[in-house]
Structures are given as C-alpha cells and as structure tokens.
Design a protein around this ligand. Structure first.
Ligand code: PLP
Length: 398
C-alpha cells in the first residue's frame, strides 16, 4: 500500500472558520486589501510578508481556504485555485516549459489538453511527443535532452487507461524532469503527489465541486512551485490571471466536504452498472472489473475506501447506434446526454463526436477510440437497480 494519508480525514481535520467563529469561513468579497504601513505593502509585493493579502488576482482569503483544503487532500505543501481546469493545466505547463523545450504526453487525454499541446504550444516553439502512457519503454525512449515534463492523467480520457504514477515518477526523477498528473477523474481515490508526481492538476468543475454550476480548477504542488506560479514578476498564474472568484471558492469548499461520500456512491453505482453491462454482453471498459487492463495498477495505487471511480465507457460500434441509445436513455430518465462528468445525475456522451472531437480522426483511430464509444459518468442514484432496468429496456429496443 503506497498511500500514506487518507485524503478525506486530512480535510476533515482542518480547522477553518471565519473571524466571527462562522463555521463556513467568511467570504472575502474584495479585490484589493489595505495596509497600515507602506513597507508591508512593499514586502508583500516581494512575496516576503506572510499572511498578508495584496490583490485578489494574486491571493484572496476565500481562495486560500479552498486551496489549503485541497493541499490537505493531496498532502502537498501548497495549492492554488483557478477559474477553470484548463487554466490549471495551461498555467502549470507554461510555468515549467520555456520556448525550445519538449514534453512527453499521454496520447489519450482530455480533448482541450490534447489540442493545447497538439496545436497551441507550437507558437511557443514547445515540442510534444504523444505516447501510449501505459508503455513505459515508449515513455523512456521519448525523453530528450530538452524534455522538461511528462504529462498524463491518472485515468485517461476517454479510454480510461491507467497511468502507473510511481513508475512514471521514477522515470521523471531519473531524468530530473517533472511529472504533471491530471487527477480530475479520481480525487480521493488516487493521491498522485503521494505516489511521486510533482504537480497535480484538477478540473474542479467535475467531481470536486460535483454540482455542475461552475467551471473551476486547481494546482497542488510544493510551496516553491505554487509560489513561483504566483510570483508578481514572473508567475504564469499571476500574469495570465485566471483567478477564481472568491464567492465560487467558498461554495466549492462546502461541496468539497461531501466529496468522500459522493466518490463512494459514484464508484458503487458504476461498479454495479459495469457488471450488468458485462452480463448483458455489451463491450464495457471499467477499471473496476478484474479483467480490465489497468485494474491491477489502479488497485495498487488507490485508496480502496473510495472504489474505482464513476467513469466507464461502452462501445456501440458506430456513432449512429451510440446516438440512438443515448437519446433513448435520456428519454427514459437514465440521465442526460451532456458532456462533462462528476455530476449527481448520470451524464453520457459520444466522446469521438464531442469532448474528443478536437482529436483528428486518424489519431482517434490510432489511440483505439471507437466511433461508437459512449462515456458514462455514473450519478449518485439511490436505486441503481432501477436505473439498470431502464438502460436494459433501451438496449433491448436497439
Ligand atoms: C473537464 C476536464 C478538464 C478541463 O476542465 P475545465 O474546468 O472544463 O476547464 C481537464 N481535464 C479533464 C480530465 C477534464 O475532465
């Protein structure tokens, strides 16, 4: 067992309250902050006045409460919250890489991240090699003298491949480069930093917030890295400016406190449906099934209290069949035909035609993404047997 601390207990143990004893820390609704001494302001600019706030693009007390809770969850020294998951990802990458550098990245990855690395970073003369992240030899061979980072997702989107984080961390350490891991699909379940990753990024839009009422992101890492991101003169987060609104931070913090219960229920329901799909003879990809390619590695890395996660994929062979099934499922109340994930209701979408449509079709085929793949984010249904009956009746009508 590699996990050292229980992420939910660490959040629970935090003593965070407002200046009036308000159990939910007060919302700090200010863009700027006043100083009694001019020198303290100067020191704050230089990053030398601990506990002082300057301006909310830099730090805000409400954002700090949420960031501290996330750092506790990941067991990192520090964290910073962003206005979206993409902001967390792009700021981390641009903080680590300079013009002329090289990145080794998983080929199966969130569509926005893929297209950022496939198209956008060219303008900074940053080179990217995409590899099958489960093939560690390919990862090693792809590293060059100018490589600065290995980038992956714990459970990759949408193929649900499992990254062997301890092994990738060793490759990164041996080459003195950073391992950056997007853990959006598996908060609580896997703690990448404790397994050796250097930077952990999140789209909080998904499970962490879990309400689908906003987009938000987070970066969890060493104090040195987070401080460098927020440096007034050279920090990517400070200078590109994707600060999260403090009102949102305070609402996400409250949702974070139920994350452990939600993750258990998402996982329990997903496992139930995965077994049913399997019995029914539908091609199912769920890392919780023992025959799944990534099952063994995920089992070694995960905190067993929280299960194998809420994401699964089935293969309906072609996009027409996938569309037909999704429309029927929506009508019969299984959930919503929608992108995104980690919501209390089940969400499903055809990845090749939606969230991974940024990935050129030839590359979709290369990564093994079937045209008929339906990704499910299984909801918090109390009566999952009833949900299965609805799905079964849709399948029977196909
Ligand atoms: C949604 C998502 C993102 C992007 O997050 P936003 O909050 O939409 O910017 C990044 N990575 C993964 C794995 C995601 O699911």
């Amino acid at each position: 067992m590699l996990m050292k601390t229980d992420p939910s207990t660490k959040i629970f143990d935090l003593l965070q309250f407002g200046e009036y004893g308000d159990v939910n820390p007060s919302v700090c609704d200010s863009a700027t902050f006043t100083f009694m001494q001019a020198k303290t302001m100067m020191d704050t600019f230089q990053g030398e006045a601990e506990g002082c706030f300057l301006y909310s693009r830099h730090w805000n007390p409400s954002n700090k409460y949420l960031a501290d809770a996330l750092a506790a969850m990941e067991n990192t020294e520090s964290a910073w919250v962003t206005a979206s998951g993409m902001a967390a990802i792009t700021c981390s990458i641009l903080q680590i890489c300079n013009s002329g550098d090289h990145i080794v990245c998983s080929l199966t990855i969130y569509g926005g991240t893929f297209t950022f690395l496939f198209n956008y970073v060219k303008k900074f003369n940053i080179d990217v090699t995409f590899v099958d992240i489960t093939n560690l030899d390919l990862v090693k061979k792809a590293i060059r003298s100018n490589t600065k980072m290995i980038y992956t997702e714990t459970v990759t989107n949408p193929l649900l491949q499992i990254s062997d984080i301890p092994a990738l961390a060793k490759i990164a350490d041996d080459n003195r480069i950073k391992l950056v891991v997007d853990n959006t699909f598996t908060p609580m379940i896997v703690a990448p930093y404790q397994l050796g990753a250097h930077v952990v990024v999140y789209s909080m839009t998904k499970f962490i917030n879990g309400k689908n009422d906003c987009v938000a992101g987070a970066i969890c890492a060493s104090k040195e890295f987070i401080d460098s991101l927020c440096d007034v003169n050279a920090g990517t987060a400070m200078l590109l400016g994707p600060a999260l609104d403090p009102l949102r931070s305070s609402s996400i913090l409250k949702n974070l406190h139920t994350l452990h219960i939600r993750m258990k229920q998402h996982s329990k329901n997903a496992m139930y449906l995965a077994e049913k799909f399997k019995e029914h003879g539908v091609k199912i990809n769920y890392p919780g099934l023992p025959e799944n390619k990534g099952h063994k590695i995920l089992k070694e890395m995960m905190n067993p209290d929280f299960g194998f996660g809420g994401l699964m994929a089935i293969d309906m062979d072609n996009a027409v069949q996938a569309a037909k099934l999704m429309e029927m499922m929506e009508k019969s109340g299984v959930g919503y035909l929608a992108v995104s994930l980690g919501y209390f209701k089940t969400l499903f979408s055809n990845s090749g035609k939606s969230t991974s449509s940024e990935v050129p079709e030839d590359i979709q085929r290369e990564m093994g993404l079937s045209e008929g793949l339906i990704r499910f984010s299984v909801g918090l249904d109390h009566d999952i047997e009833n949900t299965w009956q609805k799905i079964k009746s849709c399948l029977d009508q196909m």
